[in-house]
Ligand binder design. Structure first.
Ligand code: SF4
Ligand code: SF4
Length: 208
């Protein structure tokens, strides 16, 4: 029984001499290690507004609100980091995550305590592209342009992508007043959702 007591005494003396293992935060700043999963933040340059992060978030901490009354229509994604469990799934599954950049990143920020939950928000806003036939949301403009760039010349098979990612020719804006009913062949080169495009194609092939 004496030996263990002596060993504990030795450990106690060494601990006093070595000083504490823990950091002195909050009295001194603490630098988290690489790979630390802190506050998630959208990266404006790399986020395309596709909302894949919101779909995979297990804590439902990323809210998506589409405002079709705004001019132009907008999509706002908001991380509620008071609900976040810092799992990293949003960054891992982000559509634009290529190992170097990502539309959302978990930062090293960890000192997030506060008394007002309304301050725990991290929003990003995107312009939406809506169907010129029925007004349905097609997607964020940045997302469609990203898809068109990925497809390269294959994007020319999809009129909605061509018109949206027209390299600044503003073709989409020139049709902003909507499509007269019924949809006809000359509406082919418009921004249309899959249902309206089907209507145009079927009417072109088989008539009314
Ligand atoms: S690009 Fe990434 S961060 Fe932006 S909405 Fe899509 S999945 Fe979320
Ligand atoms: S870290 Fe996890 S819980 Fe937090 S926003 Fe991303 S997916 Fe949701």
């Amino acid at each position: 029984m004496r030996k263990p007591k002596l060993r504990e005494l030795k450990e106690a003396v060494l601990a006093v001499l070595r000083g504490p293992y823990t950091t002195k935060f909050p009295f001194e700043p603490h630098e988290p290690p690489e790979g630390f999963r802190g506050k998630p933040e959208f990266q404006a340059d790399d986020c395309i507004g596709c909302r894949a992060c919101a779909m995979v978030c297990p804590a439902i901490a990323i809210k998506v609100v589409d405002d079709l009354e705004a001019d132009p229509p907008t999509r706002t994604l908001t991380v509620h980091y008071d609900k976040c469990i810092f799992c990293g799934q949003c960054e891992l599954n982000c559509t634009t995550n290529d190992g170097v950049k990502s539309g959302i990143r978990l930062t090293k920020k960890y000192d997030l305590a506060g008394l007002d939950r309304s301050q725990f928000r991290e929003p990003i806003e995107h312009e939406l592209v809506v169907c010129q036939g029925c007004g349905e949301v097609i997607g964020a403009r940045k997302h469609l342009i990203w898809v068109a760039e990925k497809l390269g010349s294959k994007a020319y098979a999809n009129p909605t992508l061509i018109v949206t990612a027209d390299g600044g020719m503003s073709l989409a804006e020139s049709f902003a007043t909507g499509v007269p009913e019924p949809l006809a062949r000359n509406e082919m080169m418009r921004v249309l959702c899959p249902a309206c495009r089907r209507t145009v194609v079927v009417r072109e092939l088989w008539g009314e």
